[in-house]
Design a binder for this molecule. Structure first.
Ligand code: ADP
Length: 435
């Protein structure tokens, strides 16, 4: 007995030879209508040709399709068109809701975004962008001027803006578009004002920690000139009792007292200015005074045990762009670590060398110590906040990360490596532009 499928094939061949409908049905099948499961289900659900798809494998379906009547073919075609239309409609709805969703995302996202045309004309901006410039046309123009200087391939750049007497900070970058309608580029920005304020608090906290750490040593350091003054005044008083005294001797004593007073005053002044809150704007900073200022605060640490410090700054070193007390803080952190590393080494080799040079608009300050250097882990983590190998109460683990943040905010860089006998930290800073 012939199987049903075989029957279909025979009928298919016969009808195929006899009726013009063949081409329509064949067309339909060639278009792949029965070849996909979704079509199969649809046709099965709605109309006649269900057996074609339901029971026959694809190539048998082809034969079977040849057996279909014109009517069936037309119905299936209409069905297909209707379903296509429905799908198109669905796609349109999906697209519309996607577009509405994207618009809402654009409007509400915390990242500020603004689209600009070929003439640098603002086409649209979202809420976060408008909030950042606080609706001030002046602030917006200032921001645009800053962003226009950005290279689209560069990473985000920090920009500060004065809006209604408040300084705001953002990280901004520009994304150029090609061939996407009117929009030529986007300005994207993220408000980092709060983050900057916290960073500042952290820098102040780290300064206070440095001052706290140095307090005992500094008290000792202040005691020395005070003891000296006490001795000299006692001596002076004895001399005055035996008048007439030699005025030259008296003068030497008075000079010695004033020398000690000046020394003590210098340390106190320095501690006060170091502890003061930093100015908001950058200034021209002398590398020499930042290095020497750091050494004044570290005097006590350098005396016990005695460590030799060699300063080798190139002549006429131009000033760097930055904040003096912050640069001083960077050197304090670097030098304090060097002193700690050197502490337990051979007394004859305890040395720190500070070398400063200048080339192609960049200042380079290299600090080398003889403390044996950093291990791979120390090297990897030096700039990671709270990494410390020092005992509790001795280290905060903030020196490296804060120095890194400060140097980066000046547009510079800080790198660490080892040389034969210890660590080598190099700070590079852009030279201040002449005003
Ligand atoms: P802290 O000094 O409070 O530990 P830092 O961030 O300044 O924090 O330093 C992190 C760690 O890096 C130090 O604890 C130390 O292990 C290592 N380190 C930094 N500078 C040196 C150096 N010159 N020689 C050896 N190790 C160093």
């Amino acid at each position: 007995m012939m199987t049903k499928t075989f029957q279909y094939c025979v009928y298919g061949a016969l009808f195929g030879a006899l009726f013009p409908v063949v081409s329509t049905s064949f067309d339909l099948l060639i278009q792949g209508l029965p070849l996909t499961l979704s079509n199969a289900v649809q046709i099965q659900r709605d109309q006649p040709l269900h057996w074609v798809i339901d029971s026959a494998p694809v190539f048998l379906g082809l034969f079977a399709g040849l057996a279909g009547r014109r009517q069936d073919a037309v119905i299936v075609k209409v069905l297909e068109l209707t379903s296509l239309n429905a799908r198109l409609h669905q796609e349109q709805e999906n697209l519309a809701s996607l577009s509405a969703g994207l618009r809402q995302l654009f409007d509400d996202m915390p990242l500020g975004a603004a689209a600009y045309g070929a003439e640098n004309n603002l086409l649209s901006a979202n809420l976060a962008f408008a909030q950042f410039v606080e609706g001030s046309v002046q602030a917006q123009t200032a921001l645009e001027q800053e962003v226009a200087k950005l290279n689209p391939t560069e990473a985000a750049q920090e920009i500060s803006l004065q809006t209604n007497d408040v300084t705001k900070y953002c990280l901004a970058w520009r994304v150029d578009l090609v061939g996407l309608g009117e929009t030529r580029y986007w300005i994207l920005l993220t408000d980092v004002t709060t983050h900057k304020a916290r960073e500042k608090q952290l820098v102040t906290a780290s300064k206070l920690a440095v001052l706290g750490e140095l307090a005992a040593g500094t008290a000792h350091e202040l005691n020395q000139p005070l003891n000296h003054i006490r001795l000299v005044t006692a001596n002076l008083s004895n001399l005055l009792k035996r008048l007439p005294a030699d005025t030259d001797v008296l003068q030497t004593k008075v000079d010695a007292i004033s020398g000690s007073v000046m020394r003590a005053g210098k340390i106190i002044d320095h501690m006060r200015s170091f502890g003061r809150s930093d100015p908001a704007t950058m200034e021209q900073v002398s590398i020499e005074s930042a290095v020497k200022g750091a050494l004044i605060l570290l005097t006590s640490k350098l005396h016990d045990p005695p460590i030799q410090v060699e300063i080798n700054l190139a002549e006429n070193l131009p000033p760097a762009q930055g904040v003096e007390s912050q640069l001083e803080q960077v050197f304090i952190n670097i030098l304090a670590n060097a002193i700690d590393a050197i502490r337990d080494t051979d007394p004859s080799t305890k040395r720190i060398t500070i070398a400063g040079s200048f080339a192609e608009g960049l200042l380079s300050i290299r600090v080398r110590d003889t403390g044996g250097g950093l291990s791979d882990t120390q090297m990897d983590k030096l700039f990671v906040p709270f990494f410390t190998t020092k005992e509790v109460g001795k280290g905060t683990g903030l020196g490296g990360s804060i120095s890194y943040g400060i140097v980066k905010s000046f547009g510079g860089n800080i790198v660490v490596s080892n040389w034969e006998r210890g660590a080598e930290i190099t700070v590079s800073l852009p030279v201040a532009s002449r005003t």
